[in-house]
Design a protein around this ligand. Structure first.
Ligand code: NAD
Length: 351
């Protein structure tokens, strides 16, 4: 699904995309290649086959936890899009140290390397998870940041580190906080996003499991291609040191999402609601005033994104195995104070 050239000018010839082999990264690399830029995918995973044939795309295999590798990999880039890291709330609960190394240390390395190499623009893809449980709706960028998952804490650490490098050394960084992303290419074993989960259950003719209140639980879903376009706006027009919400500004309840899934598939969807926890039955909605101020507007309505995804997934796609409930499996260890880790039960990690 490509929606014409409504993209900002991109004053960079050579760009690097960390995490370019991942779900969001593949779409961004494709968009940058279409703009005729020279794109280096920096990722410790192999280059996906779909990117191999794209003009101007090359791959450097590097682990961003290693500073030397990071420095080498980013050499020659005018602009860097930093997407690499752990994107799973569930995995961050299972292994918080790994999550911190990937997201916080990895981001510090990227920021420092950009300074050392004189990179002209760094765009960091952060997440609305840094806000924690919303106090207001819609959420503005100056909303308090009180993440409850290790994933949120590590993403926020990345943000704070990059902002400190802006304040002390002039790092030309722009930060984007993505709301819930959906679109082609999400890994059903890791993806926690409701859109693809709902569709996968329904296409398997199963009721859709949802934790929480189906009317009070509302999310701002952004199509991955719109998210990538928003990142191009940040790169071209974002202010140094500034943070931007990346969403659509529209909240959709779980009931409304199920109805849209029914419309897209031509068969009404059944919800199987578990209301034993209402911990994430809130509205997570972006205030997009800052983003739209750069000239960005989302172009793919949810109904259209769902219809395209439905035909792409086909009948009986793999059902999601990612759990939406974040609970430490192991009993609390001695190093953890009683109650701090035992019984962690949060359900708002889908961004
Ligand atoms: N998917 C979402 O819903 C969502 C929402 C908000 C923010 N984000 C952010 O967007 C970014 C990308 O998310 P995604 O869904 O594409 O994740 P993904 O897991 O599909 O991709 C991440 C990529 O980063 C690479 N990577 C991880 N650690 C690395 C390291 N140390 N060195 C080199 N490469 C490394 C992985 O190999 C992978 O290809 C993440 O930073 C995530 O926090 C994602």
């Amino acid at each position: 699904m490509h929606h014409g050239p409504h993209l900002p000018e991109t004053p960079y010839a050579s760009v690097a995309v960390t995490g370019g082999a991942g779900f969001v990264g593949r779409h961004l690399v494709t968009a940058l290649s279409l703009l005729s830029l020279k794109v280096t995918v920096v990722d410790h995973a192999p280059l996906p086959a779909e990117l191999e044939a794209l003009p101007g795309v090359s791959h450097v295999r590097a682990d961003l936890r290693d500073y030397g590798e990071t420095l080498l990999a980013l050499q020659g880039a005018d602009a860097v899009f930093h997407l690499a890291g752990n994107a799973s709330g569930t995995e961050s609960v299972a292994d918080p140290r790994r999550d911190f190394q990937l997201n916080a240390l990895g981001t510090c390395n990227v920021g420092n390397a950009c300074l050392e190499l004189g990179v002209r623009r760094l765009v960091y893809l952060s997440s609305a998870i840094v806000y924690g449980t919303p106090l207001d709706s819609p959420i503005r960028e100056d909303h308090p940041t009180r993440p409850f998952l290790p994933y949120g804490a590590s993403k926020l650490s990345g943000e704070l580190t990059l902002r400190s490098l802006y304040a002390t050394a002039g790092l030309p960084v722009v930060i984007g906080r993505s709301f819930v992303v959906y679109g082609p290419g999400e890994d059903p074993r890791r993806a926690g996003g409701e859109v693809s989960q709902f569709l996968r259950w329904h296409l398997n003719e199963r009721p859709i499991p949802v934790v929480g209140d189906i009317d009070l639980k509302r999310r701002d879903f952004i199509h991955v291609e719109d998210l990538c376009r928003a990142m191009l706006f940040l790169a071209a027009r974002g202010a140094d040191g500034e943070t931007y919400n990346l969403g659509t500004g529209t909240a959709v309840s779980m009931r409304e999402l199920a109805a849209a899934v029914g419309t897209a598939t031509g068969r009404p969807a059944l919800l199987d609601a578990d209301t034993s926890s209402l911990a994430d039955s809130f509205t997570l909605l972006a205030d997009v005033t800052r983003l739209t101020g750069l000239g960005f507007a989302p172009r793919i309505p949810l109904t259209e994104g769902l219809t395209a995804l439905t035909s792409l997934l086909g009948a009986f796609p793999e059902v999601p195995s990612a759990r939406a409930v974040f609970r430490r499996e192991a009993p609390a260890r001695r190093v953890l104070t009683a109650g701090a880790a035992a019984g962690v039960r949060e359900e708002a990690g889908t961004c």
